[in-house]
Design a binder for this molecule. Sequence first.
Ligand SMILES: NC(=O)c1ccc[n+]([C@@H]2O[C@H](COP(=O)([O-])OP(=O)(O)OC[C@H]3O[C@@H](n4cnc5c(N)ncnc54)[C@H](O)[C@@H]3O)[C@@H](O)[C@H]2O)c1
Ligand SMILES: Cc1c(CN(C)C(=O)CCc2cnc3c(c2)CCC(=O)N3)oc2ccccc12
Length: 270
Amino acid sequence: MAFLQGKRILITGLLSNRSIAYGIAQACYREGAELAFTYVGERFKQRITEFAAEFGSTLVFDCDVSSDEQIEATFKGLAAHWPQLDGLVHSIGFAPREAIAGDFMDGLSREGFRIAHDISAYSFPALAKAALPLLTKSVEAGNMPSLITMTYLGAERVVPNYNTMGVAKAALEATVRFMAESLGPRGMRVNGVSAGPIKTLAASGIADFGKMLKFNESNAPLRRNVDTVQVGNASAFLLSDLAAGITAEILHVDAGMHAVVGGMAALGAD
Ligand SMILES: NC(=O)c1ccc[n+]([C@@H]2O[C@H](COP(=O)([O-])OP(=O)(O)OC[C@H]3O[C@@H](n4cnc5c(N)ncnc54)[C@H](O)[C@@H]3O)[C@@H](O)[C@H]2O)c1
Ligand SMILES: Cc1c(CN(C)C(=O)CCc2cnc3c(c2)CCC(=O)N3)oc2ccccc12
């Protein structure tokens, strides 16, 4: 297949081998892409360098998306190695713990709301804007660059406890549409992948996460949860020219759960 042969793709958000970004890297590498990675903080450099080597890459950059300087430096560094960028994977999300647990109003704060939107929503267009010169080089070379981000059902519907992250994901999904409208005429596509719950580090410490996985397994149309391989494959598809007609889309990779009304499903659970 190798439907990403020769494409140069930057993947953010790789933290462990359970990360969604790890599944995306596996799929893209398998399909022939050349990869580069970002990590957060010197202490992870060694680990991410080892992950990059798994995918035939030595390109790793320290990029905390709360820093404009680190975002700029990342693409300056990338430009020293690559003549163009054909794909950008945004797989970053964070909110202070009190913003994603318990009652939405009880956990609401200006700072928590700001942080959630800065890291989980603004960072996607911010990275894309800093990448524009390299993305434009890809268009000039006759390619159609593709940008993707990871979102969740909590953007569209109330998922208990997801709270301020749901509001931030709603903002993220709106950035997909406005970025697609701005970058489409420049020959670039922008899409979101709405993944079902997966036990990653970002999911660790979330109350009742196990219950949620069980509920999905009993009620999702496919009667199972999804994993990083399935999300990775769908992401690789969106990054490739097989998805040339797709932009401003939010693709659900959630075993169909987005289509099911929670309550009724619970009735049908037994
Ligand atoms: N795990 C799930 O159930 C699930 C479902 C749907 C969507 N998502 C989304 O998938 C994406 C990846 O999460 P994951 O589940 O793979 O967990 P993960 O913990 O493996 O990845 C989260 C990543 O966010 C990065 N990050 C946090 N703050 C950052 C900052 N300031 N600058 C740069 N990077 C920062 C972390 O370094 C980490 O690599 C997130 O956007 C998350 O919201 C996760
Ligand atoms: C699913 C699901 C997830 C996984 N998911 C889709 C996410 O997007 C998780 C994102 C996330 C954002 N910020 C933080 C954390 C995770 C944990 C550590 C921390 O301090 N902050 O998180 C939930 C929280 C409540 C309810 C469901 C979920």
